[in-house]
Design a protein around this ligand. Sequence first.
Ligand SMILES: Nc1ncnc2c1ncn2[C@@H]1O[C@H](COP(=O)(O)OP(=O)(O)OP(=O)(O)O)[C@@H](O)[C@H]1O
Ligand SMILES: [Mg+2]
Length: 379
Amino acid sequence: MKIIRSHLGIKLFLSYFVVIVVGMAVIGIITKITTPRAFARHLLFMEQQLGTGQGHGQGQGLGAGGMMSDFYQNFQQSFNESLLISVAAASLVALLVSFIFSKNILGPVSVMTSASRRIAEGHYDERVELRGNDELNQLAGSFNQMAEQLEQVESMRRQLIGDVAHELRTPLTAIKGTAEALMDGVLPASTETYQQIHSEAGRLSRLVDDLQELSRVESRSTQLDIHPVDSASLIQTVTKRLKYQFDEKRVKLTLSLPRDPIHVLADEGRILQVLTNLIGNALQYTPEHGTVTISIERDKNEALISVADTGDGIPPEHLARIFDRFYRVDKSRSRARGGSGIGLTIAKHLVESHGGRIWARSAGKEKGSVFIFTLPLAK
Ligand SMILES: Nc1ncnc2c1ncn2[C@@H]1O[C@H](COP(=O)(O)OP(=O)(O)OP(=O)(O)O)[C@@H](O)[C@H]1O
Ligand SMILES: [Mg+2]
């Protein structure tokens, strides 16, 4: 019983077998019941024909009746014999056919079983060949889709580990190098040297914080607390916080706010984070005497919030990739300024988790850039 339960092939085969046995039994029983009556009816008909056609007396009729009953017995025996042979032959052929059928049906299942085992062993490129469009092939199609997604996740995981290792290596190498130079007496034990180590350690800890935040937003583990918020007040909060840094770098900050308040559906803290990233970037990538303009517009059922600057700009070939994690247009320059290339990735996840979109525009290098994101309007 255990073997039957654990093998779909045996179950399928047995179910065919039961159908065959029941079919045969029905044929046997029905012929057993109907044959004598049918035969008797035909016999009577023949007797009548014999009686009337030949015009003989009663005795001869009885003689023909005795012959007919012998004939019936012989007929029944030969009928039983041929029925037995045909049932046996039909069962044999049916068994063979059902065996071939169950094997055919189960073929894709066993292919999928071995493919899933290979995937479990780490061979994510494994796929199942599709032949047709029946339910099993549809299952195979979904299986292939799942395998593809697993392959993508795995390659992203590998890439992430590689990127993180690479990002950690730079400040660590700097800290190690400075410490060694200190120990060897190449660098003086001055405040400046210690500040250098301190700033690299600060960069490391910022990177770790960013990574933690990235993993949180990517896994959507933090629940959003969404409610109607006045978009202008969000912008004023961020600009108030960053005002000092703008003044210090001598970059002008202008706001273009709507006359009537535009209420959006947002988690205040999270959208402040997005704005801080975008305005922080604008400040970071805009040289002295440049201008950063923040504006809000209403467009159908959403609000468009944009952060425009007159700074470095982004060459068109980089525009599509700046939201990828660790992507920086000018790696060495951006890293030197403390950037790890995660800010925009976090911003994108946050905006999308609000049901919005985010994109960037730039006329090219040194031509400034505009970052725009949308948020649903509060009804
Ligand atoms: N306003 C901007 N002007 C020009 N380039 C920009 C602007 N904003 C972003 N970029 C480019 O996009 C890249 C990615 O930005 P992102 O904010 O993700 O990373 P980052 O600023 O380098 O580091 P961090 O993770 O600390 O924010 C930047 O390295 C920069 O090259
Ligand atoms: Mg940034």
